[in-house]
Write a protein that binds this ligand. Sequence first.
Ligand code: ATP
Length: 236
Amino acid sequence: MILEVKELEVYYGAIRALQGISFQVNEGEIVTLIGANGAGKSTTMRTVSGLLQPRKGEVVFQGRRINRIPAHKIVRLGISHVPEGRQIFPNLTVTENLLMGAYTRRDRAGIKQSLEEVMDRFPRLRERAKQLAGTLSGGEQQMVAMGRGLMSKPKLLILDEPSMGLSPLLVEEIFNIIKTINLQGTTILLVEQNAFMALQVAHQAYVLETGRIVLSGPAREVQANPQIRSAYLGEV
Ligand code: ATP
């Protein structure tokens, strides 16, 4: 097991956004958290990567409790978070954006090699290496955000709504890339509103509703669950 989240409770002021979330991620897997708007998916991810502090519960990464450790140190331990909405730097080029993802590293030769690997994985970014990121299409910006996330060579890659705002064809492309990144050895924690696609690529799934996990299991079983089919997969 690479990540274990135990009984997380997170508040925004007096509002309890997470009401005791527990889940696990095994090494090598894609684990997905699905749920409607406001269910607490982003809050959970932000707590795992150290951007929010839980009032109760803990986050254990590779056997070590990390929920008192500052976010930049968590990156160094091997967790990379690609946030919802991408948060790229619009006035920097594609290459400069990617290099930002390596800010915790000092090995210049290694960084150069990682940049090449990311460009190999996203040929479209190589073509546009010198273009300002703000002028890229939504799908290309998502590739920049994911590529930047990979530049720290994470053991665990957190992807928050990678398909948001993309056309169906691009969604397909992004999910294929997610599968490839995973097959090449990176464990992935995937937050999605697009439950249909997420359940197709994931090994394990957790369903969140108003700050609680209401269902979990192998993605295939969750996908077959009649309640999930009607609530999240648009079936009657
Ligand atoms: P979405 O898919 O819409 O991003 P989500 O499942 O990621 O939803 P969160 O963003 O984690 O949900 O929000 C969980 C709850 O916490 C919501 O009720 C939201 O309104 C609340 N919340 C989130 N951020 C804040 C904040 N900064 N201040 C106050 N409440 C917040």
